[in-house]
Ligand binder design. Structure first.
Ligand code: CP
Length: 315
């Protein structure tokens, strides 16, 4: 596997999931595979889970890790060509990415959508430029449009907890005070549909996601109808794709509460975290035995380990 930025980069999805469970059950079985190899991780945005779980995954494989926060411990980067660099950015991505490619064997990049220009965000400029200029395999640590390491961990979690062969998996919009990207819901839809689950997406009017990600899902603006008989409830906020980056609703009736969970088939509650309590979901939901958000986050380690293991084998 030469890069891991989207589902289409994965030659054999089932095999990767199988490998992720192998890593979960035997995390120390490949501890010398990455000896002498370095993982570089570049963060344009904050992170807890992705930063620590991917670091741990690389360490379990014997890799060394260098994590860099753009604008803090490495220079602020200019990503556009042809600009006169008389503002805040001290270094251009052309030099920075090429130099990083000489220092590390695999490069992880976190670069969120800026939510100003849909075309620019959906072109994945930052990720594409690092891939082009660094010359080393790229792992997305969440890009403008997708979060595949999260999705792989989400699939592991559903496979771990499911009681029916084809579970009803509901992705529901929930309120949040800030405008958030569509990367997690896009990616979740992409992976769960590929798995053949019964996928339902619920959101208020105006929050339709890009159809390239949601084709094949049942889509509704009635959250209660969606939750009826659900096996998994994946709550997430996102800003509008159509009215790009805008908040169109903060309707608290979309918050996941025990009453909403009671509509499900003893369903589990999932969220990628970080979560705003009593906005997206109530304390009572998050503190209930139906919440599997911590196990979901724990699965980020074997998910990242399976991806890095597969990449190391093809270096
Ligand atoms: N879910 C997730 O990616 O968490 P972080 O933003 O903390 O990495």
């Amino acid at each position: 596997m030469k890069q891991f930025t989207k589902l289409a980069d994965v030659p054999d999805r089932e095999h990767l999931i199988e490998r992720a469970f192998e890593c979960k059950h035997s995390p120390h079985a490949w501890r010398t595979l990455g000896n002498g190899r370095i993982l570089g991780m570049v963060f344009f945005n904050p992170s807890l889970r992705t930063r620590v779980s991917t670091h741990r995954a690389a360490s379990l494989l014997g890799m060394d890790v260098v994590a860099m926060t753009v604008g803090a411990d490495v220079w602020t980067l200019e990503t556009r060509d042809g600009t006169i660099m008389d503002a805040a950015a001290a270094e251009h991505i052309r030099e920075a990415a090429a130099v990083m490619g000489r220092y590390v064997d695999v490069l992880g990049i976190r670069a969120f959508a800026r939510l100003h220009d849909r075309l620019e965000d959906y072109a994945e400029t930052v990720l594409e430029r690092f891939a082009e200029l660094s010359g080393v395999p790229i792992v997305s640590l969440e890009s403008a449009t997708r979060h595949p390491l999260q999705s792989l961990a989400d699939i592991m979690t559903i496979e771990q907890f499911k009681r029916y062969e084809r579970p009803r998996v509901v992705l529901t919009w929930a309120p949040h005070p800030k405008a958030l990207p569509q990367a997690v819901p896009n990616s979740f839809a992409e992976w769960t549909l590929a798995m053949g689950y019964d996928v339902v997406i619920a959101h208020p009017p105006g929050y339709e996601l890009d159809e390239r990600f949601t084709n094949g899902a049942a889509i509704t603006t009635d959250q209660n109808e969606a939750l009826d008989g659900a096996d998994f409830v994946y709550a997430k906020n996102w800003s509008s794709y159509r009215d790009y980056g805008k908040i169109l609703s903060q309707d608290m009736r979309w918050q996941i509460t025990p009453e909403k969970m009671a509509l499900t088939r003893e369903g589990y509650f999932m969220h990628c975290l970080p979560i705003r309590r009593n906005m997206i979901a109530s304390d009572a939901v998050l503190d209930s035995p139906r919440s599997i958000v911590v196990e979901q986050a724990a699965n980020r380690v074997p998910a990242a380990q399976a991806v890095l293991r597969t990449m190391l084998e093809s270096l």
